[in-house]
Design a protein around this ligand. Structure first.
Ligand SMILES: Nc1nc2c(c(=O)[nH]1)N[C@H]1C(S)=C(S)[C@@H](COP(=O)(O)O)O[C@H]1N2
Ligand SMILES: [Mo]
Length: 528
């Protein structure tokens, strides 16, 4: 070893691993404090979450589809975890650099934080306050790293002193001097700052707006109560109404937007004669209707879970657009949400008699925060990504030529009617049952057309007609069941639906991208 460094000789420094640990923990401490500050000012501007959201937006569609189909709704924690791991690896490498080139190493720690700051600053909803968490992260991270590396240097200098025995390079893990204890205490301190800041920040970010004080208005026209479902008779079939807390959730938000009703406004503008805005109170005073609608995600694979059915309460979008006076030439309504999502819906689908809603109620309750509180769009017959904007705040009348929404910019379809689909809920795939009577059951949907018939077949044999559950309108799914006298062996069950126009669900396999999956759902079971 030579003294190429302007500082102490390499032989007097603790091993690289200590430096890597130091900058890693210092960066974690910085990010923890940044997360805490974000929890107070703007959770989505937390360094890790801002980078995570930027990664989501920058991820090519096929990769995102793969992630959704592989990880399901765990894709978010996995993304945040990956961002954290990659950042900590880079932070650790910065420590290795800092061992010899202190300024450069610390600068890398600073750059990591500044990248997070830049990510926060370029989010669609960024404001001046979004810069604070990244700034705090940079300052805390660099100062903590500088401090910790100083502790290491002093340890190295002390142990290089002939009086205190061999240098730490050789004895880093074994000499048990008080210097080592000091270093470990410093490391534990940084770890504690990271964990405490991150933990408190996380609980702040999770505390969403309360919907408790919202009293839903009485609808101008009410629906009959939802008819009886099959779930009590057919064990394992999806319930006719999906409870709010079991309803699937798909969105790009890493933090559930905290939207209070106080500052919230819905604006209708663009190519209209009379643009206007409504407060939440004003919205609630408009005549509302109830509607049973099955919502479906375009990313739902054949047989997948991203479909749910609820009774929605809201104002027909048509009423709002008529009040604004949509001008000639408009072909899309471009909606925006409080957290910066943009979604485009064909004007026609919002104006015709399907009764697309600006919904405020879901199954008799205010919208839960994850499902768009205080108001969202629900468009019967269209996949959610082109008609179900959550945390809705703006409807702009415009044209597809003028404005491109988030998913359209990622090459998804612009107009995406839901395909006729059917799903076997029971028996479960690869389950085992005793030979004899088995009830096969599930759901089928063909929003805007309605389900006429559901058929099941075993091992590619003849199609048998299933019995349908009650009907709650063409925009709502139908439950179905079929009694099977199951013989021993391994069997494949398949299902297909026919809509009320007479069209049979296509067998042709199609991926969710770019306009929804098609094909027949099948389940393999073993009968003993
Ligand atoms: N603001 C916002 N709204 C959104 C999305 C989103 O990412 N952000 N995702 C859409 C998609 S892809 C679907 S399928 C539905 C899902 O609604 P849910 O989570 O209430 O089931 O919301 C839609 N509305
Ligand atoms: Mo979706």
């Amino acid at each position: 070893m030579t003294t190429t460094s302007p500082q102490t000789a390499a032989t007097q420094r603790p091993a690289r691993g200590w430096y890597a640990l130091g900058t890693l923990l210092a960066t974690a401490a910085g990010a923890g404090v940044g997360h805490l500050v974000a929890g107070f000012v703007a959770p989505e501007s937390s360094p890790v979450l801002a980078v995570g959201s930027t990664v989501i937006d920058a991820t090519p569609t096929p990769v995102k589809e793969w992630a959704v189909s592989t990880f399901g709704t765990a894709d978010k924690p996995i993304l945040v975890g990956s961002v954290t791991v990659v950042t900590l690896i880079l932070a650790g490498l910065a420590g290795v650099v800092a061992r010899r080139r202190r300024t450069l190493g610390l600068a890398i720690v600073g750059v990591l934080a500044v990248l997070a700051l830049a990510a926060a600053a370029t989010r669609p909803t960024a404001s001046a306050v979004s810069l604070l968490p990244g700034f705090v992260t940079a300052v805390v991270g660099v100062l903590a790293a500088g401090w910790f590396l100083g502790v290491l240097d002093r340890w190295g200098a002390a142990s290089a002193d002939p009086a205190s025995g061999a240098g730490p390079d050789r004895t880093a893990h074994g000499d048990g001097t008080s210097g080592r204890r000091t270093v470990l205490a410093a490391a534990a301190g940084l770890g504690a700052v990271a964990a405490t800041g991150g933990g408190i920040g996380q609980s702040l970010a999770r505390s969403t707006a309360s919907t408790g004080d919202v009293v839903l208005p009485t609808p101008a026209t009410t629906l009959e109560p939802l008819p009886q479902g099959l779930e009590e008779m057919v064990r394992g079939v999806s319930s006719f109404r999906t409870p709010n807390d079991a309803f699937y959730r798909i969105d790009t938000a890493l933090v559930i937007p905290r939207v209070g009703t106080d500052g919230w406004k819905l604006t209708v503008d663009g190519m209209v004669d009379n643009p206007f805005s409504l407060t939440f109170e004003e919205l609630l005073k408009l005549p509302m209707i109830e509607k049973d609608i099955t919502l479906t995600c375009v990313s739902n694979e054949v047989g997948g879970p991203y479909v749910g059915s609820a009774r929605w309460l809201g104002v027909p979008v048509r009423d709002l657009l008529e009040r604004a006076g949509v001008q000639q030439g408009v072909d899309q309504i471009f909606s925006e949400s409080t957290e910066g999502m943009t979604i485009s819906t064909p004007l026609q689908a919002l104006m015709d008699d399907r009764d697309a809603l600006v919904a405020v109620g879901m199954n008799g309750k205010p919208l839960p925060p994850v499902h768009g509180f205080p108001a969202r769009l629900v468009t019967p017959g269209l996949y959610g990504f082109v008609g179900a904007t959550k945390w809705l705040t703006k409807l702009t009348a415009t044209t597809y030529a003028q404005k491109t929404a988030y998913w359209t910019g990622k090459d998804w379809a612009t107009d995406a009617p839901i395909y006729t689909e059917s799903r076997i809920d029971t028996p479960k795939p690869l389950s085992t049952a005793k030979a004899g009577k088995i009830v096969v059951g599930g759901v089928a949907w063909a929003q805007q057309r309605g389900i006429e018939k559901v058929e099941v077949r075993v091992d590619g044999g003849d199609w048998a007609e299933a019995k349908l559950g009650n009907d709650a309108g063409i925009d709502y799914w139908r439950q179905w069941y079929w009694e099977w006298d199951a013989p021993a062996g391994r069997h494949t069950l398949e299902v297909r639906a026919t809509d009320e126009t007479g069209e049979v669900q296509t067998e042709k396999r199609q991926t969710p991208f770019p306009k929804g999956a098609t094909g027949w759902h099948s389940v393999v079971v073993t009968i003993e």
